[in-house]
Design a protein around this ligand. Structure first.
Ligand code: PMP
Length: 375
């Protein structure tokens, strides 16, 4: 039996033809040298133009190209954080943030948001944890793993907090900004707020199925871009030129690649929604963006499998699904959503269909644990 894997953050789609063709051409032209540390001029220009479509004026000098969004984040936490600074992250959030912070001077401060409240995040929720040491408020929009999109009004009310905290920056991770299903998405760059302290990170891994190319970017104040460029020049140099050429072609021809991918994602989202709705005891927030469901599985934690073993934790549930049913999902505890699992619907349709059947069967087989009185 083949493992059905819904745990990955990478989609199954092929990278755009435009990216592949441009990279091959660039390689044949001998573009195998260091790319400029701040990024290729045409790529910076093309990224800036992407925001102009949303009526945001971004100068190419405000854009820096990085080897993945991860590295954009790492650049930023390196240049912004001072000893004792705090990084505020609403949870559930992508576990990669916690991993990155291990290698920084920052101290993680979390704000729990809840499925029952549609993962809402109010300025009051944030204000409660802010201190003079708060340096970065890190939002993910659309959210991974929640799929929550913060509206323009929500973002602007959150950004208003920055006026009371002059040392605080907002970093908005918008890596899933094109994977949306109807609710309008607004970049933090298009919101009212202190522009000198708003930074967006983004990349090609999710929107364009290019995770292995390692390319992303940041858009923010020129001073921060310059400091990050200095850090990147010292550590990484620049993203390979042929990869940057591929990124330019991807953005210029995105209208060919995106609609078919989005069509599949829309259908798959519906399939997963129906599959989850057919399982008793599971509740979930319907994702507005990204490509995951993050269902609450607590109704099944505490039950027993057919061998009489108790599923005591989310990890036990993940192990049970993987080992006994060949279905792999990600443990939501790692994202700060205790008792949840993250399931990607950016997989091939037959895989998704089989996975939903398997999940239903596997959970049906779990029985209430026998209490010790029954022995
Ligand atoms: N931010 C978020 C929210 C992500 O989900 C991921 C990948 N899972 C990343 C950043 C990292 O992206 P990249 O591949 O561009 O480094």
């Amino acid at each position: 039996m083949k493992l059905l894997d819904l745990s990955s953050g990478a989609s199954y789609f092929r990278s755009p033809d435009a990216a592949i063709a441009a990279a091959i051409t660039a390689l044949q032209e001998g573009k195998t040298y260091y790319g400029p540390s701040e990024g290729d001029a045409t790529l910076r220009q093309t990224i800036a133009a992407r925001y102009a479509q949303a009526n945001v004026t971004v100068a190419p000098e405000q854009v820096m190209v990085t080897p993945g969004t991860k590295h954009a984040l790492f650049n930023l936490i390196t240049v912004l954080l001072r000893e004792g600074d705090e990084v505020v992250i609403p949870t559930p959030a992508w576990f990669g943030f916690y991993e990155l912070l291990k290698y920084s001077k920052g101290k993680l401060v979390t704000i729990e948001t809840k499925q029952e409240q549609n993962y809402s995040l109010t300025p009051d929720d944030i204000r409660r944890v802010l201190t003079p040491n708060s340096r970065i408020l890190l939002l993910t929009n659309p959210g991974n793993p929640t799929g929550r999109i913060y509206s323009k009004t929500e973002l602007e009310s959150i950004l208003a907090l920055l006026h009371d905290f002059p040392e605080l920056y907002l970093i908005s991770d918008e890596i899933y900004d094109l994977d949306t299903y109807g609710k309008p998405f607004t970049s933090a760059l298009a919101c009212q707020g202190p522009q000198e302290r708003i930074i967006v990170v983004n990349g090609f891994s999710k929107n364009f199925a290019m995770s292995g190319w390692r390319i992303g970017y940041m858009v923010g104040p020129e001073t921060i871009v310059q400091q990050s460029t200095d850090f990147q020049a010292s550590t990484y140099s620049g993203v390979s030129q042929f990869i940057q050429d591929a990124a330019v072609a991807t953005l210029q021809q995105q209208d060919n690649a995106l609609p078919p991918m989005l069509e599949v994602l829309k259908e798959n989202r519906q399939l997963m929604k129906e599959g989850l709705s057919a399982i008793p005891g599971i509740s979930f927030f319907e994702p507005e963006g990204a490509y995951y469901f993050f269902p609450d599985m607590r109704a099944y934690i505490g039950k027993q499998n057919s061998d009489g073993q108790t599923i005591a934790t989310t990890q036990d549930l993940c192990n049970y699904l993987e080992q006994q049913h060949k279905l792999k999902v990600a443990n939501g505890d790692l994202f700060g959503g205790i008792g949840h699992v993250r399931m990607s619907f950016a997989v091939e349709k037959p895989v998704l269909q089989q996975a939903m059947d398997k999940l239903r069967n596997a959970l049906q087989q779990l029985k209430p644990a026998l209490s010790t009185n029954n022995k």
